[in-house]
Write a protein that binds this ligand. Structure first.
Ligand SMILES: Nc1ncnc2c1ncn2[C@@H]1O[C@H](COP(=O)(O)OP(=O)(O)OP(=O)(O)O)[C@@H](O)[C@H]1O
Length: 399
């Protein structure tokens, strides 16, 4: 009987095993299915986050590029950071990231975007002003230091010096002196010297501002610097305000409508409005200079603005001779040095280049262990300077 039972029992237990395995397989299969679903969900989620990250990175980039406003941090509170916007003086509470919060302190200047979020911290205002505006109480240049510009010197004296020294003359005659004088001509021809000399002659403070420094990336910054500049000039009356490279803020309008251009326009409008609202007979005279007269926006040349144009060209032969003499006043020269022939040879040299020739000639003497500078030293110096300049040209062409 036992013999008959055995195979049957075996079959039953096999069958049971198969069933259990099949059940387990089913469970595993459904688990597998569930996990596959979860994986798909996770992948979908991952893709969603990736897209969000891309969008945020793009937005972040855009936020940093779009025009930014300048504000000062007032207070760091638990609810956020209180800022005061420049220009409209409005206060606002804004949130910042943890990292940004650690970076900023009250009184810091920051750049904020359209929604007033702080995008970055900025250089200190006093640093910017110090870099942009140069104040010289008594410049040490006099008319005698300027060679070859007799006509220009007399024009500057008439238009800038006279109104400062004898404003009553203009009152009595009943005319207004020119508002602003524009010096234009190639680099290194003495434009800055002329402005300094007139300030020296009239005991006025010389305030210099480079137009290129006035151009700022932040909305309202350039205009504010212009306002500050005129304020500074008022505080230092009598003063000569010298705006170098005015073409940087007063170039002809281009077709491009980038926010940078708009900011330059705003800076120029501020300059024009400061000039328009100016008391003509005041104790502040404005001189601007440019090497790029052709690029200027004609709006700045209208009456009441830069309405006196003075061309400052490169010196002619007599001018060059005078400039050589000026820059060798303190030098120990050999008796044979003939500036007339040097001036004839150094055609096309600007005043700044003649000054460089004189210094370099002195260097040749020193290298040769001599204390006296000879005419040959000047010739060698001119050759060296010309060679350096043509090297510069070549590297600029291939840059
Ligand atoms: N006419 C000149 N007489 C004497 N020195 C001159 C003359 N022109 C230029 N120089 C010398 O060259 C230097 C630079 O000149 P200055 O800064 O006045 O030129 P600029 O016309 O204002 O130049 P830029 O347009 O490059 O600003 C002066 O400090 C001076 O030493």
């Amino acid at each position: 009987m036992d013999d008959v039972d055995q195979p049957y029992d075996d079959d039953v237990s096999k069958q049971e095993k198969i069933e259990t395995l099949e059940e387990q397989l089913e469970v595993l299969e459904s688990q597998n299915e569930e996990m596959r679903d979860e994986l798909l969900d996770a992948n979908a989620e991952n893709n969603k986050y990736k897209q969000k990250l891309e969008r945020l990175t793009h937005e972040n980039k855009k936020l940093k590029q779009s025009p930014l406003f300048v504000a000062t941090v007032q207070e760091l509170t638990e609810d956020g950071v209180v800022i005061k916007q420049h220009g409209n003086n409005q206060e606002a509470l804004t949130e910042v990231t943890e990292e940004m919060r650690e970076e900023i302190e009250p009184d810091d200047r920051v750049a904020v975007n359209n929604s007033l979020s702080i995008v970055k911290t900025l250089e200190d205002e006093t640093d910017v002003r110090a870099r942009v505006m140069q104040v010289d109480q008594s410049p040490d240049v006099s008319y005698q230091d300027i060679g070859g510009l007799d006509d220009q010197v007399s024009e500057v004296r008439e238009t800038v010096e006279m109104p400062l020294k004898s404003p009553e003359m203009f009152d009595e005659v009943g005319i207004d002196p020119p508002s602003g004088v524009l010096l234009h001509g190639p680099p290194g021809t003495g434009k800055t010297m002329l402005a300094k000399a007139v300030a020296n002659q009239t005991d006025a403070t010389f305030i210099k501002m480079a137009g290129s420094e006035l151009v700022h990336k932040f909305i309202g910054e350039g205009a504010k610097l212009v306002r500050d500049l005129f304020e500074l000039a008022r505080q230092h009356e009598p003063s000569v305000l010298f705006i170098d490279e005015i073409d940087a803020i007063a170039a002809k309008r281009t077709d491009s409508k980038t926010s940078g251009d708009a900011e330059v326009q705003r800076t120029m409008m501020q300059l024009l409005s400061e000039m328009d609202g100016f008391d003509e007979r005041g104790e502040i005279r404005i001189i601007a200079a440019t090497n790029r007269f052709d690029m200027l926006d004609r709006a700045i040349l209208r009456p009441g603005r830069f309405d006196r144009l003075i061309e400052v060209p490169k010196p002619d032969e007599t001018g060059r001779e005078q400039i050589f003499k000026i820059h060798t006043r303190g030098m120990n020269l050999a008796e044979t040095v003939d500036f007339k022939s040097l001036a004839a040879e150094a055609t096309d040299a600007s005043g700044a280049e003649i000054k460089a020739i004189c210094t370099e000639a002195g260097m040749f003497a020193i290298r040769d262990d001599r204390t006296e500078v000879t005419e040959a030293d000047f010739r060698d110096a001119w050759e060296k300077i010309q060679a350096e300049e043509s090297d510069d040209e070549v590297s600029k062409t291939f840059a």
